[in-house]
Write a protein that binds this ligand. Structure first.
Ligand code: ATP
Ligand code: LTN
Length: 334
């Protein structure tokens, strides 16, 4: 009897993976493989809530897969798949739409943000996004869902759905817990420390992508917005010095040093020394990942075999849950 707990997480291929995607959830995923039965996916169904160029979406989905593997996800030891390859996501997503309330969907911060930023395309999918995300999660009956801070509200909504659904039909879904890393849960834009570093917003200089050249990374860090205070010293004060605090969070997440250690390391040195040091640490962290990702991406046959096998494994579990749900609801079995 397999007593391993289960975990699941996904990222939309809506842009190139960033330092935020990595330091938030992605870098924590590989260490969970030994302890958990893990499912990781490319959330392409979610990506189309914002208009995507088809060729870019296809390319990014494969790049993201190569990057997952390069970051340490061993396809032999976990299940990696493309969301649209497992049709049960869309099917359970519809069902759960009928168990998610208009009021609670209206309160989602991501919906409000994305509606404001895509005022010409506030589509139904953007609104019901959290029901599909609940389906992604609940199909696999996971114990935990590792995400960045911004996704906590969606996992909470999935938990409400579990309570509502199980309240009517008995123990169908397991209650999932969000798992949010302490350091790196919210990496901010380098040009606007008031906004999250995101794959698809805030312009190119505000974000560092996983595949950026070392020169670009250094340039972006050297230009990173610090604060206009007069003391110009490296001190952790997110309230008054959000730019420096963000760089310190990045440096801490990369080097494992505490904020006190970082303050001591740069005592009396000012921002001119600090910013390139953060850049260099990031360059060194990403170098092996970039090399590995390039190598894997060149092997199309291998990538295909990974996502095919992943979809098969994921479908088996997803189908089991979907059958149970359909039966409980009262759908006639085919
Ligand atoms: P988009 O710009 O298309 O909305 P995104 O960059 O916000 O995308 P998501 O695909 O929404 O990224 O997020 C993938 C995962 O990474 C989620 O778990 C999210 O919480 C986390 N994440 C995204 N950006 C950051 C960040 N800046 N800091 C920490 N975690 C992040
Ligand atoms: N909504 C998430 C991506 C996502 C996800 C999921 C994360 C879709 N389905 C299931 C965890 C579990 C996002 O925008 N980052």
């Amino acid at each position: 009897m397999d007593e391993k707990k289960t975990m699941l997480s996904g990222i939309k291929p809506s842009g190139d993976l960033t330092l935020g995607s990595y330091l938030g959830p992605l870098r924590h995923w590989p260490k969970m493989i030994e302890e958990y039965d893990c499912y990781y996916f490319m959330a392409d169904l979610h990506a189309i809530t914002v208009r995507q160029n088809p060729a870019d979406l296809r390319r990014r989905t494969l790049e993201q897969l190569a990057q997952y593997i390069a970051c340490g996800l061993d396809p032999e030891k976990c299940t990696i798949f493309v969301q649209s390859h497992v049709h049960q996501h869309a099917e359970l997503g519809w069902v759960l739409n009928c168990y998610a309330m208009f009021g609670e969907l209206s309160r989602m911060t991501q919906f409000k943000d994305k509606s404001a930023k895509n005022a010409d395309n506030i589509n139904g999918g953007l609104f019901t996004y959290p029901s599909l995300m609940a389906a992604d999660i609940l199909l696999y009956q996971p114990d935990i869902v590792p995400v960045g801070e911004d996704q906590k509200q969606h996992v909470e909504l999935a938990r409400n759905i579990v309570q509502r659904f199980n309240g009517v039909y008995g123990d169908v879904f397991k209650m999932p817990e969000p798992y949010i890393p302490k350091v790196g849960a919210r990496i901010m834009s380098l040009t606007n420390p008031g906004a999250k570093m995101s794959k698809s917003e805030n312009g190119d200089t505000g974000r560092v992508t996983l595949m950026d050249d070392p020169e670009d990374i250094m340039r972006k860090f050297k230009r990173a917005v610090t604060d206009s205070d007069t003391e110009r010293c490296v001190r952790y004060d997110p309230e008054n010095k959000p730019g420096v605090a963000n760089l310190m969070s990045i440096y801490s997440a990369v080097t494992g040093r505490s904020f006190e250690e970082i303050e001591r390391e740069f005592d009396g040195l000012g921002y001119g020394k600090f910013k390139p040091a953060v850049g260099e640490a990031v360059v060194e962290m990403l170098r092996p990942i970039q090399e590995e990702a390039r190598r894997i991406l060149a092997d199309r046959a291998y990538l295909e075999s990974v996502y095919r096998e992943g979809a098969e494994k994921a479908s088996r579990m997803a189908e089991k849950t979907l059958r149970k749900v359909y039966k409980k609801i009262g759908f006639v079995a085919r």
